[in-house]
Design a protein. Structure first.
Length: 137
């Protein structure tokens, strides 16, 4: 499925709506360049999963993995700065089974997950993005 969004608020709303369909153990892999809207998407996802409003969702660039409380635990990972060996050491598969995991820069993953949803972001214009969504089979 391909969807276009016009502005960050639409990307957040799309993610928020998608959250209702996501079950524990699902890993959402986000692909796309810097500024494509991956973190913006995670903000909407967090809202949809019931993460309290006051919890600020930003890229876990230094912490590697952010854990947010919600109806499901949400694990937010950004692999931008990591080498494949370092990714192996994070223990992502174990964590992924305990809640919902969302991974920015999934291009860097050296392995796959049992239940993957794949989202590829394309920048169409300064305010427009195309999201290609593949739901888990
Ligand atoms: P990434 O995590 O992929 O690097 P961010 O979500 O951090 O991207 O940043 C996306 C930037 O693009 C934000 O500044 C946001 O306001 C802007 N933007 C403009 N249009 C959109 C859109 N349709 N969807 C998401 N972000 C958008
Ligand atoms: Mg980001």
């Amino acid at each position: 499925m391909k969807v276009k969004t016009k502005g960050p608020e639409e990307t957040r709303r799309l993610a928020r709506d998608l959250a209702s369909k996501i079950s524990k153990g699902t890993t959402i892999l986000l692909y796309g360049e810097l500024g494509a809207g991956k973190t913006t998407f995670v903000q909407g996802l967090a809202e949809g999963l019931g993460v309290p409003e006051e919890v600020y969702v930003s890229s876990p660039t230094f912490s590697l993995i952010n854990e947010y409380p919600g109806r499901q635990k949400l694990y937010h990972v950004d692999l931008y700065r990591l080498a494949p060996e370092e990714v192996e050491d994070l223990g992502l598969p174990e964590l992924a089974s305990q809640g919902v995991m969302v991974i920015e820069w999934a291009e860097r993953l050296p392995f796959s997950f049992p239940q993957e949803m794949i989202i590829k972001f394309k920048i169409l214009s300064p305010e427009e993005r195309e999201l290609e969504i593949e739901e888990p089979s």
